[in-house]
Design a binder for this molecule. Sequence first.
Ligand SMILES: NC(=O)c1ccc[n+]([C@@H]2O[C@H](COP(=O)([O-])OP(=O)(O)OC[C@H]3O[C@@H](n4cnc5c(N)ncnc54)[C@H](O)[C@@H]3O)[C@@H](O)[C@H]2O)c1
Length: 252
Amino acid sequence: MSEVRVFLSGCMGRMGRVITEMCAEYDDTVIVAGSDVVENPNSTFPIYKDPMDCKEEVDVIIDFSHVSAFAKITEFAEKRNIPIVMCTTGLSDEQKTELEALSKKVGVFYSGNMSLGINVLIKLVREAAAKLYPDFDIELVEEHHNKKLDAPSGTALMIADAMNESVDNQLEYVYERQSKRQKREKKELGIHSIRGGNIVGEHKVMFIGGEEILTISHSAQTRNVFGRGAVAAAKFMLGKGPGMYDMQAMLG
Ligand SMILES: NC(=O)c1ccc[n+]([C@@H]2O[C@H](COP(=O)([O-])OP(=O)(O)OC[C@H]3O[C@@H](n4cnc5c(N)ncnc54)[C@H](O)[C@@H]3O)[C@@H](O)[C@H]2O)c1
């Protein structure tokens, strides 16, 4: 198989650098160009401020950037007819709707978390919520590094949405308990964000019954876990036509 030619959006960020190092080690993927607001004269590939200036042939786009890059990178995917692996979190509801619309024209892989472990956790909490709610209260705690911009994490919302789906969308998300001075209601799903140091990503779901507590948690040890998932998704998207794809689709 020939090399998958990747365009890396947000190439100068933490995840961008992880992907750059990974692709340098792999024989079957090569980064042909990238985009970022930050420059790097020593980069091994051209970095564009506007992806539409890219002159290189591209098979797949990987985006680990920022919501402010969304309009330009999705325009690039649409106009050049290139499948995109969208990993940036914190997208607005409007941007998610635009991503759905884009998926009618090109392949869109979208996941708030590219790790295998989290996607298994999602299956587990879906089942636990269906069995334990409403007898058990459900609370979700997520922890990330102090540079993270969005809260709660995209992964926390993925986990919350999966549980909510399994209980016919009865849950109401509560982010700030201090703003409502009243007793916890059954339908509440408390979501709590902790930010500090270099925490890569911790997610813990607690099912709290009167006499027992079930905790299901995941701990990302390094950012490589997301990088590996994103590169695998890029290979998976090679030659894929229009449609929405996710980790569940890739893992079969
Ligand atoms: N889906 C996942 O599994 C997963 C895993 C880790 C991180 N993320 C998400 O990926 C994104 C990037 O994470 P990170 O830790 O690398 O962040 P980061 O802040 O280190 O990197 C973001 C990069 O994007 C660039 N950028 C910002 N605005 C831009 C714009 N308008 N145009 C072009 N480039 C722009 C920045 O200069 C920076 O180099 C975040 O949204 C994060 O939450 C997702």
